[in-house]
Each structure stands twice: as C-alpha cells, then as structure tokens.
Design a protein around this ligand. Structure first.
Ligand code: OTD
Ligand code: ZN
Ligand code: ZN
Length: 348
C-alpha cells in the first residue's frame, strides 16, 4: 500500500532566492512555513559582496518574518573580481555567512557582476580553502558558442574538475545540477564536493518548455534538459548519496517580466517545493530517501545540527494557486492552477 504520511526532521532549503524589499517580504513566509533554514543567494542588484551587506540583508529578512517564526537565513557572499582574501576571512569569522557564491559572469539572472576569468580568483579560492568556507557554484560555461544545453557538462569538465583538483580541501557545492554528467562528476568526486537539486529538474524535462506553446514558467537556468538527464537525477537521489541535498532554487519574478518578449529566467516553487520533492522521490520509488536529502545531508555538509522539530507530509491532493502577491504585482508558481499529491503539515 502506498505510504500515506511521512514525518521527517524539518528540512532546509540549501539554495534559495528571496530578493529584497517588498518582493522579499511577500515570499519569505512561504519558505519559513516549511523550512527551518535556507542558504540565501546573494544575486541582488547590487550584489551582496561584503559581510556588512550580508548582515544588513539578514536583518531585513528577519524583520520580514511572520511573528514567532524561528526560520534562520544562512547568508552568502557574491564572488566578484574585487573580492579580497580579507573579506573571505571576515566571512569565515561571521556566524551568519555560510559560503561564497561563484557566478560565471553572465551565466544566469543578475550574474553580470560575477567572474569571467577563474584564473583571477586563485587567491580568494586559496583563502576559502584555508578558512574552510564553502564555495557554491553556478556551474555553466560562459565560453562563447557553447550550446545552452551543454553549458553545465562543459563547465564541469573544463572549469570545475580542474578547480577541485587544484583546491582539494575546498568544500564545493555544485548548485542545481541538471545533467548525467554533473551527477557522475559529483558522485565520483571526494567528499568535499556536493550538489543541490531542484524540484523542477527532478520532475520536468525540456519538453515542458514547449508543451502546447512556449511555457515561461518552466524557463530557468540551467535550462531543463533531456529525459535521460532527469532520469539520472532521479536515480542519483534514490541512491541516498549524502553528497546530494535539497535546494529549490525558487527564484520569483513578477509575472510581467516572465510574460515578455525576452522573459526572465527563474521558477518560483517555494509554496509547494517540499510536496514536489515528495512526488519526485515517489516516482523514483525512493520516498525513504527523502529524509536524508531534505533534512540530513545538507546540515552534515554545512556542519550544522539536524533540526529537532519535524514536519509531516500527508498524501492529500491540494490545488496550487494561480498566483501569489509579489511586491506591487504577482508571481506565478510552478504547477499554477494544478494539483499536488502531497500536503505539508507542520508539527505543533
Ligand atoms: N536560475 N533564475 C535565477 C537564479 C537561478 O541560476 C540560478 O541560481 C534568478 O532569477 O535569480 C534562474 O533561472
Ligand atoms: Zn545558479
Ligand atoms: Zn539560484
């Protein structure tokens, strides 16, 4: 008989975009209702480059939380060509900063301030290795002429593998992996290398971008891949590997900027992310592996305690809203207007 309920330690989201200002205040509660902690991405405009900026951003997030929430934002810095070894030392000394994010310049939304030449950040990477501060990586090649569907595999081979060899003690999270190539690399790498996986890359392949017409709410970076890559991701999470953990990459955009001639990349999944993962794990025949992925592997990698509170997932279909308020406008979630097979019930 199919499992009817599943109770796990309160999960964390190890890759989240909260934005800032009124949009942030509109979405943070969706994450805080389910997740205990989240690694908050620094790709604001302007980017979160310093510990001082991360502390100020953290304070704004805490202030926006619903009364009584114990949600903990785990902050990150945005690595730019200007980042110094001194800032790395300050970040490592801060109890609130948990990693530094590497965006190849131009690879994704708000990544223009990122790094074009990895050769230029050796001193910063050495300092991160020295201070044992994790490097979080958007792993897509920005070499001109590389097909958008190949950018992750090319980055892994040409940039990431050499980087991990050059800094063998540096802890690295390859964010939002989407390909069999990335799975193979991460699972074969030393324990210092881990990865996050989004719900959309577990549930959808690239056909979902063109299902009856162009689907802007399935457009994200890295772009959805072929079915065989999705199947490799499902097999990987079903294996229970401690190198893989939950990172929604929930990335809200105002609906008008998605329904546009050149629409923004990013999928908003925060209100339904945990149920979506339950669907994916069930499809993989691996509901038993959800607890490790959602609640245990991330804390072990980031050296934080596993939550003592629990949440319960109940097999009970519910209808997803067509949209949610977002600053002055609205944001359309993944599966808008559809149904999800699992519902989250928080412990009292
Ligand atoms: N991908 N959109 C965004 C970030 C991610 O690469 C990512 O982490 C965003 O809007 O910030 C997206 O498609
Ligand atoms: Zn990214
Ligand atoms: Zn992201």
């Amino acid at each position: 008989m199919a499992t009817a309920a599943l109770t796990i330690p309160r999960p964390d989201d190890w890759h989240l975009h909260l934005r800032d200002g009124a949009p942030m205040r509109a979405v943070v509660g969706h994450t805080a209702a389910v997740f205990g902690r989240a690694i908050v991405m620094p790709n604001l405009r302007p980017p979160v480059e310093t510990v001082a900026q991360a502390e100020a951003y953290r304070a704004r997030i805490l202030e926006a939380l619903p009364a009584g929430s114990r949600f903990e934002p785990l902050m990150t810095l945005y690595l730019t060509p200007r980042t110094t070894a001194e800032e790395v030392a300050r970040a490592a000394a801060s109890p609130h900063v948990h990693g530094i994010k590497l965006y190849p310049a131009g690879a994704t939304t708000n990544s223009d301030a990122g790094v074009a030449d990895l050769g230029g950040i050796e001193a910063v990477l050495a300092a991160m290795e020295e201070h044992d501060l994790p490097l979080l990586v958007h792993g897509e090649s920005i070499e001109p002429g590389i097909d958008v569907f190949d950018r992750e595999a090319v980055f892994v081979e040409r940039q990431l593998a050499p980087l991990c060899e050059r800094f063998p003690r540096l802890r690295v999270v390859l964010e939002h992996i989407t390909t069999a190539d990335a799975v193979e690399f991460v699972l074969g790498a030393p324990p210092t290398v881990a990865a996050t996986i989004t719900p959309q890359h577990l549930l959808l392949d690239r056909n979902a971008l063109f299902d009856g017409g162009i689907r802007p709410h399935h457009w994200c970076l890295p772009v959805l891949k072929r079915r065989r890559h999705r199947e490799a991701l499902l097999r990987a999470v079903a294996s229970g590997s401690p190198k893989l953990f939950l990172g929604t990459d929930s990335a809200p955009h105002e609906v008008g900027t998605k329904h546009a001639a050149c629409g923004c990349a990013g999928i908003f999944s925060a209100p339904l992310a945990l149920p979506l993962y339950a669907e994916a794990f069930e499809e993989a025949g691996a509901l038993h592996a959800l607890e490790g992925f959602a609640s245990r592997h991330g804390p072990a990698f980031y050296r934080l305690p596993v939550a003592t509170e629990t949440v319960t997932l109940r097999r009970e279909p519910w209808s997803v809203s067509a949209s949610y308020p977002f600053g002055e406008g609205h944001v359309v979630p993944l599966r808008a207007g559809g149904t999800v097979a699992w519902r989250v019930e928080s412990a009292p």
